[in-house]
Ligand binder design. Structure first.
Ligand code: ATP
Ligand code: MG
Ligand code: FE
Length: 340
């Protein structure tokens, strides 16, 4: 039976329906970008309130688009964490109420597992095992993925996440929130080689990242009266440094884990430079490369419905109690248990 997925971990409110036999039946989303823009970042209290006002309408829209009635649902999946606790509580409460009223399982979903599984919605889906590069607003991780719920963390950022580094650097360059896509757009008119920033932590072994120094490097190089071309050149150099760093570590991780399949997911996975560089390296190395479509790189409920279906399919969900958690290490997950 179809699974309803609900996403409210940050500043996107979303609902989707996934069904094992028929695939993704519907996905709808409301972005709060304009709500938070004037504050230059997500205001948690405003996010929670806006989720409350949008979520029921979005669920109805997803059911309508899918042609599924609530009574047909086989479970309700929701993002339980990691994320903003007040925002998570909205989706969790709605999901719990609905699941209890319908008498179907409530399925908590790990937001980063959902990001990681998003490419499974594409054709062809990646086969296990693979290396996952998770690059989002809150996370930068290299994960050795052996199966559903079998995740070994190979490396992560010691400070800023990549998306966070994009957003903070964009702010320095005077770009509106959310800065990542804006910086990428500005970088397109930047000239190559005018500025050059370090590729942090690539001169020593290891799979850890550090991105906070790059924004400082941009700030130091930024003249007080920088014209548009100079700012574009800085954006270009920043994007080159970040994407080169990611590519170098990905190649290292593929070798270390002896993997020949790569999955890239999370909001920064939408970055064109990164996609082009990884595609070029993957071709050279004979590595199969899988991305979600652009819309499923950033937060969405399709990936939550899919992850929920995977968990339900494994028989995990029955009797699930409502919970939310702001922090939840990905490598503490276990495979969905086989149905009893
Ligand atoms: P997390 O998933 O870690 O909880 P999040 O849900 O806020 O964080 P996502 O929605 O996956 O993160 O991605 C948002 C991030 O992706 C933002 O930091 C945004 O700037 C960045 N981003 C989106 N598009 C691009 C792009 N084209 N280039 C660079 N960064 C981008
Ligand atoms: Mg977001
Ligand atoms: Fe996310």
């Amino acid at each position: 039976a179809p699974i309803l997925g609900i996403e409210t971990s940050c500043d996107e409110t979303a609902a989707a329906i996934y069904c094992g036999e028929r695939g993704l039946l519907a996905h709808v989303l409301h972005s709060q970008v304009r709500l938070h823009a004037e504050y230059g970042g997500v205001v948690p209290e405003l996010a929670s309130r806006d989720h409350v006002s949008r979520i029921n309408g979005l669920i109805r829209a997803a059911l309508g688009e899918a042609g599924v009635s609530p009574a047909d649902l086989g479970g309700v999946a929701y993002t339980a964490g990691p994320g903003l606790i007040g925002a998570l509580m909205v989706g969790a409460s709605v999901a719990a109420g609905l699941a209890s009223a319908l008498g179907v399982p409530l399925i908590p979903v790990h937001h980063m597992e959902a990001h990681l599984l998003a490419p499974m919605l594409e054709d062809p889906p990646p086969r296990f095992p693979f290396l996952a590069l998770l690059v989002s607003g809150g996370h930068t991780m290299l994960v050795d993925v052996r199966g559903y719920g079998v995740y070994a963390l190979l490396g992560e950022s010691l400070d800023d996440a990549v998306g966070e580094a994009f957003d903070k650097t964009a702010k320095l360059l005077g770009l509106p929130y959310p800065g990542g896509p804006e910086l990428a757009k500005l970088a397109e008119s930047g000239r190559d080689g005018v500025f050059r920033f370090p590729r942090p932590m690539t001169d020593r072994p290891g799979l850890e990242f550090s991105f906070s120094g790059l924004k400082t490097a941009v700030l130091t190089a930024l003249p007080p009266d920088a014209d548009a071309q100079t700012r574009a050149d800085l954006a270009r150099a920043f994007e080159e440094a970040v994407t080169d760093t990611l590519v170098i570590k990905v190649e290292r991780a593929l070798q270390a884990a002896k993997l020949d399949r790569l999955v890239v997911a999370g909001g920064v996975g939408a970055n064109r430079r990164l996609r082009a560089k990884l595609a070029e390296r993957a071709r050279h190395l004979g590595v199969a490369l899988h991305f979600p479509r652009q819309a499923f790189c950033t937060d969405n409920a399709a990936m939550v419905a899919y992850a929920g279906w995977v968990r339900r399919h494994g028989g995990q969900a029955a009797g699930g109690a409502l919970f939310t958690t702001p922090r939840w290490p990905l490598d503490t997950l276990t495979p969905p248990r086989a149905a009893a």
